[in-house]
Structures are given as structure tokens and as C-alpha cells.
Design a protein around this ligand. Structure first.
Ligand code: URA
Length: 429
């Protein structure tokens, strides 16, 4: 077998064995396969697809290209995580981690940065002064074992093959391939050494997967391949046609999570989704107990402030100076309803892009983030409003009429009744 022969085989739609894939990928890492050959392979895989067996092999090869975390002192089934495909206002990870850790379970959560118009958990957490998210292996192990979880940035030695392939996919129009996305997501999660994963596959105008069918296809692929790789998975398809919760930004989203973890605002959809996802993670390990009973206990952790206490312990262990207030912006401007009516739509993807314009996200990787800017007090689709009622509050450091105007245009108000959006569209056990 040589490189071109293997690419030809994939181009002809034939299935590659694990051995062939492994040989090709390790050659790539050792500079024996050129970027243009890998690009051709990725395009052939994009156009012809990969079988589940190929996708599982690729997942394991990517996982094993770097360090794989091991948890020998944790009881089997107790190390779990959740992954979201990304959205606007999606901040559930901050709440889920302490909720699950309170169940004598372990969540070594490798979180991401903002990608495109979507926000990232690491960027949000960096609103906490001095927090360190790039921990050494031994430090991460120590914090996870002591508190049940840690928020971790992806270090260079975790699934390095995925990082190289993703960079190549980005410039060869091969990102939007279900098997390649599946292998990419699962390889990083598998490197955490988890036995259970809950997937939150976002669906809607501001999601990676815009239609429900695409979201279901991705979730099914993830489930089948996770199973082949020995990871138990449960997937939810959730709404991304409106922002999740009351705020969009970085510090403002952390503040919203802190309120929820202190038992306030429990009818907020962030609280609802966090509880549903965390319940599912706990249910992997405590499958004899009903989901209702697990959820009740987790709700109590929010109401009693236990989740808040543990979250604080974890972020302090990671260096955060919690005596410092979260950063706030200089100007707060209310965007108000132009008429009486019902909120018909919120241009959610545009809101993510506007946040970037305001400095709350990155245009290029080297950009620094202004953690204070964002949107709070957001209305919901279907909500009845009267003229001049607040639709959202804009937090800005510099007054910019263009941004204020753009924020006004995110909301459309209808004269007739509009149904609220469903949060959870599907649960695929
Ligand atoms: N997120 C990932 O981690 N990988 C992909 O391929 C797409 C989204």
C-alpha cells in the first residue's frame, strides 16, 4: 500500500481497515503523508462518507495520538462528561459540573473556546480573575479527584491528530461531514478517559446543524460510534432558534449561572437544561434510580446553594480570585419594544456575531476578549410585550450607535400571538 493507493481506495468508496487508517494517519504525523494527500483523503471521505467502523477506528487513532487520561481510583462508570455542539447563551457546563460532582462522580471536563458565532465555556470562565484553565496533568488529576471535577482547556498533547486534521478541514471545505465531526468530537472526549457522555446537539438558526433531521443524523452517528468505542451515550436535540437563558456574553453568563447555582431563577431554561443533562449523566452511573428522583436531588443542590459552594471551591482551586467582582461594562443601554405584541423571533446567530463586534468574541484567534460586554434581560420568543418594554439590556464599554441599532433589529414583534419555543426537541437514549 502506498499513500496514493489508499486515497484511491477511499475515492472509489471502498472501506478502509483499521490497520490501513492507522498506517496512513501515523505516516501523516511522521511527515510521511503530505498535507495535500491528507486533504485529498479528507475530501474523498467527505464525498463518499465513512462507515461506522472506519469512523470508530479514526476516533481511536485520534484519541491515541496523544495522552489519554486514566482514572484508576474512580469506580467504573463514575467518570462522565457532556458535550454541546455550540450555541448562543449556552452556559450549562458551568452548572452541570458541580451538580454531577456532588453525586460522588467525576467530570474531567475539557471545554472549548468560542467557535465562529458561538460562545465558549473557557472564554466565559476567564471572566473570573486569575483562573487557570491550562492545568498540568497532575494538577488536573488532583483537582478532579478532590472535588469531582475540573474545567480544562485542551492541552497540546490531547488528540493532537484531531487538531491537525481540523485545521486542514477548515481550509479545504471538509468540516461539515458527519463522520469527520463524529470522530473529531469523540476523540477528544474519549481522551478524557470517560465511560459515559451526554451530547447536547443544538438545532436551529444559530446552530451548526440547522435542521432537526441534520441534528438527528449527527446524534445517531455519535451514538453508534461512541458505542463502538465503548462509551455509553445519550443525546438530546435542543433548540437554538433563540438564545439559551437570559444573557449572552461572558461575565454576564457567569453571573447568570451563579444566580442559578444559588437557587435563584430556577424557571430559567438554563436551569432546566442543566438539570436534564446532569440527570442523564448521573443516570449512567445510578441507572437503577429513576431520572425523576435524581433530578429532584440535583434541584436541591441548586436550591440549597451546594452546587454554588462546590463551583466556588473548584474555581478557587484553579486559581480564581473570587473576592473580585465580575467585570462590568461602562454603559448599559435598554433596547425597548417598538410596539405592543408578541416576540416573533430573535436573530440568534446575528446576536452571536454582534457580540463579537462588541469585543465579546474573537474575529481572529489572537484577539483578546472583553469579558464585560454582552446582553442581559433577554425576552423569549412568544413573550407578550408592551410598547417600550425592555427586550434586552446592552452592556458596552464604548457607546456605538451602529451596535445599538443592530441590537434593535435582532428582535421582531408580531401583532398576533406567537407560540413559545420548545427547549428539548428530542431525547435519543
Ligand atoms: N467540533 C469539533 O470538535 N469537531 C468538529 O469537527 C466540529 C465541531
Amino acid at each position: 500500500m502506498n499513500n496514493a493507493e489508499l486515497i484511491r481506495k477511499k475515492r472509489q468508496g471502498q472501506e478502509l481497515s483499521c490497520k490501513e487508517l492507522s498506517w496512513f494517519m501515523s505516516n501523516y504525523l511522521n511527515s510521511g503523508v503530505a498535507d495535500e494527500q491528507m486533504a485529498a483523503f479528507l475530501m474523498a471521505s467527505f464525498l463518499n462518507g465513512l462507515t461506522d467502523a472506519e469512523t470508530a477506528s479514526l476516533t481511536e487513532i485520534m484519541r491515541d495520538s496523544g495522552r489519554v487520561m486514566r482514572w484508576p481510583n474512580c469506580s467504573p462508570g463514575s467518570v462522565v462528561d457532556k458535550h454541546s455542539t455550540g450555541g448562543i447563551g449556552d452556559k450549562t457546563s458551568l452548572i452541570i459540573l458541580p451538580l454531577v460532582a456532588l453525586e460522588s462522580m467525576y467530570v474531567p471536563m475539557i471545554a472549548g473556546r468560542g467557535l465562529g458565532h458561538t460562545g465558549g465555556t473557557l472564554d466565559k470562565l476567564e471572566s473570573l480573575k486569575d483562573i487557570r484553565l491550562r492545568l498540568s496533568e497532575s494538577e488536573a488529576q488532583k483537582i478532579v479527584m478532590k472535588y469531582g471535577g475540573a474545567f480544562l482547556g485542551q492541552s497540546d498533547d490531547l488528540a493532537p491528530l484531531d487538531r491537525r486534521l481540523y485545521a486542514l478541514r477548515d481550509v479545504t471545505a471538509t468540516v461539515e461531514s458527519i463522520p469527520l465531526i463524529t470522530a473529531s468530537i469523540l476523540s477528544k472526549k474519549a481522551a478524557e478517559g470517560i465511560s459515559g457522555l451526554v451530547m447536547d446537539v443544538k438545532c436551529g438558526q444559530a446552530a451548526f446543524m440547522e435542521t432537526k433531521q441534520d441534528a438527528i443524523n449527527l446524534a445517531q452517528s455519535l451514538k453508534r460510534v461512541a458505542h463502538l468505542c465503548g462509551i455509553q451515550m445519550s443525546a438530546f436535540i435542543t433548540n437554538m432558534d433563540e438564545p439559551l437563558g437570559d444573557s449572552v456574553g461572558n461575565a454576564v453568563e457567569v453571573a447568570e449561572c451563579l444566580r442559578i447555582m444559588q437557587g435563584q431563577d430556577l424557571d430559567n431554561k438554563v436551569a432546566e437544561l442543566s438539570l436534564v443533562l446532569a440527570t442523564e449523566m448521573v443516570h449512567f452511573y445510578k441507572s437503577k434510580e429513576s431520572r425523576e428522583s435524581i433530578k429532584q436531588r440535583l434541584t436541591h443542590y441548586l436550591k440549597s446553594g451546594k452546587a454554588y459552594e462546590l463551583f466556588m471551591k473548584i474555581v478557587v482551586a484553579q486559581g480564581a480570585t473570587i473576592k473580585e467582582e465580575l467585570p462590568t461594562s461602562k454603559h448599559k443601554i435598554d433596547i425597548c419594544a417598538p410596539q405592543d405584541g408578541w416576540i416573533q423571533s430573535i436573530a440568534t446567530r446575528q446576536m452571536g456575531l454582534l457580540l463579537i463586534e462588541m469585543g465579546g468574541g474573537r474575529k481572529v484567534q489572537s484577539d483578546t476578549i472583553n469579558h464585560a460586554v454582552g446582553f442581559t434581560d433577554l425576552v423569549k420568543v412568544g413573550q407578550k410585550v408592551v410598547k417600550n418594554e425592555i427586550l434586552c439590556r446592552l452592556h458596552m464599554n464604548h457607546l456605538n450607535e451602529g451596535i445599538v441599532e443592530a441590537a434593535r433589529s435582532l428582535f421582531s414583534v408580531s401583532d398576533s400571538n406567537v407560540q413559545p419555543q420548545l427547549l428539548i426537541l428530542e431525547h435519543m437514549v
